[in-house]
Write a protein that binds this ligand. Sequence first.
Ligand code: KIV
Length: 261
Amino acid sequence: MGPMISLASHMHAMKARSEKVAMLTAYDYPTARLLEESGVDVLLVGDSLGMVVLGFPDTTHVTLDHMAHHTRAVARGRSTIHVLADLPYATYSTPHTAVASAKVLIDAGADAVKLEGGRSHVPQIEALTAAGIPVMAHIGMMPQSVLTEGGYRIKGKTQEEADRLLEDAAAVQKAGAFGLLLELVVPAVTAQITRSSAIPTIGIGSGPDCDGQVLVTHDLIGMFPWFTPRFVRPQAQTASDIKRAATLYVSQTKTSPGSAE
Ligand code: KIV
């Protein structure tokens, strides 16, 4: 099964009636099922999977094969919820490669793709839109640029940076993006972009004034205890639960074998 209407129409309708979009990341079958059953609006197969699932230091190690593999697992777990998948690092340098890479993710079960970039990626967004592939743009802090940027930094602190972000937002909308993700953007700039955009904005670490929010599920459920972004308040301690259950199993197995069965 799959969604009845397109992700773009769904999110636009939500913006029109001022209903916030609740998006979370999913990288596997059980998480997709659990999040859909919890009423989440959109699943993002984020390339954050590189860090929180595959153990890489950043997202530049994630390949199109990784993304397709995890998108297929998520698609098997969803019933009618929309699935958005990230185009990974260096797979959309030209309009042609953007369309070819996006087709792999759509074939794997994604309803739409996300790419990092603003004015710099207008040709890619136009090509994807012309090919009938819905695309969301991701601006502000763009994790795939961490090596050139030298870290994860809040964007929009200076007037010049705020102006560039507003220009990026207008450019991707004009190019055909159906939505805009704002990561680590100063809240006042986020609010200005959200007010001036016809397309829905989804924020992460960018304040409350967006049309929706997204979080990395592992951060929300306390599943990646070695690093939690400052803007996340974990609502579960999954890592502690796993350790408690495994520690108990180890001690039961060693003291009275079979008693944990
Ligand atoms: O990869 C991801 O999970 C993302 C979020 C940071 C929004 O793009």
